[in-house]
Design a protein around this ligand. Structure first.
Ligand SMILES: Nc1ncnc2c1ncn2[C@@H]1O[C@H](COP(=O)(O)OP(=O)(O)O)[C@@H](O)[C@H]1O
Ligand SMILES: [Mg+2]
Length: 234
């Protein structure tokens, strides 16, 4: 569904990504790992029209995505959860979710979107009138993911969804990713928590200094000696 080919991108200064190749197939969870500053988040931002693309291609179902404005990327079926819990703290859960449907003008459709998200996140339904600032980190992360799912995207981009969460909650976040995948939304994520992320991933990529280093199935990367030493604490 998504093909990134020989992508070179920057933020107006030196190139951050150099000839990066990544693809995602329908029904996959794909994870990008690598050290801090490797350019992992920059890959997601490039898909979302937030970087300066020097060279290369980003295609989503054969359609060119380079130069497409963020709002139009969303309309084509890609949603993005940036790093950190980007909830609106003084809004309720439901108000936060409704923000995710900002491109819809059809109120009835928004109701359906809400229903869709509440089905996936029954806990959010129970808490729908609670202000998000009074919720735990894990709950806020679920609100962010739920908000991105409001438009029922074909591809969900997640930047470090497990950062700062207790281990038990981290597992819950990855379980949700698995459910999201089962319901037909592919996931491309960036993770520091490489061990658990690769366990839940169909495939993964290692990025270093803005370049592809390694790729393989989740299992292959988990048993790769270099990945083990550098990223899995083995
Ligand atoms: N908005 C920005 N403007 C300029 N440089 C940036 C911006 N965001 C990130 N960078 C730089 O791009 C490089 C890669 O960053 P990033 O993609 O966030 O890495 P990672 O997610 O792998 O930690 C870093 O050197 C960072 O300083
Ligand atoms: Mg990052």
């Amino acid at each position: 569904m998504l093909t990134i080919q020989n992508l070179t991108a920057n933020y107006g200064g030196p190139n951050i990504l150099k000839n990066v190749n990544i693809h995602v197939k329908e029904g996959e969870i794909v994870t990008i790992i690598g050290p801090n500053g490797a350019g992992k988040s920059t890959v997601l931002k490039s898909i979302f029209g937030m970087t300066n693309i020097v060279e290369g291609k980003i295609n989503f179902y054969e359609e060119n995505m380079v130069g497409v404005k963020t709002a139009d990327v969303i309309k084509r079926g890609i949603c993005y959860v940036p790093q950190g819990r980007s909830v609106f703290p003084s809004l309720t859960v439901e108000e936060n979710l409704e923000m995710g449907a900002f491109i819809r003008s059809d109120k009835a459709k928004v109701k359906k979107d809400l229903h869709y998200v509440y089905e996936k996140f029954p806990k959010l339904y129970q808490r729908r009138h609670q202000k998000t600032k009074t919720m735990s980190g894990g709950e806020q992360q679920m609100v962010s993911i739920g908000r991105a799912l409001m438009l029922q995207p074909q591809l969900l981009l997640l930047d470090e969804p497990s950062i700062g969460l207790a281990p038990k909650i981290v597992a819950e976040v990855f379980e949700k990713c698995e459910e999201i995948k089962q319901s037909g939304t592919a996931v491309l994520m960036v993770e520091q928590n490489a061990n658990i992320a690769l366990e839940y991933s169909d495939r993964g990529y290692v990025l270093e200094l803005g370049e592809n280093r390694l790729e393989g199935t989740g299992k292959e990367l988990l048993s790769n000696k270099k990945v083990g030493e550098l990223y899995l604490g083995k």
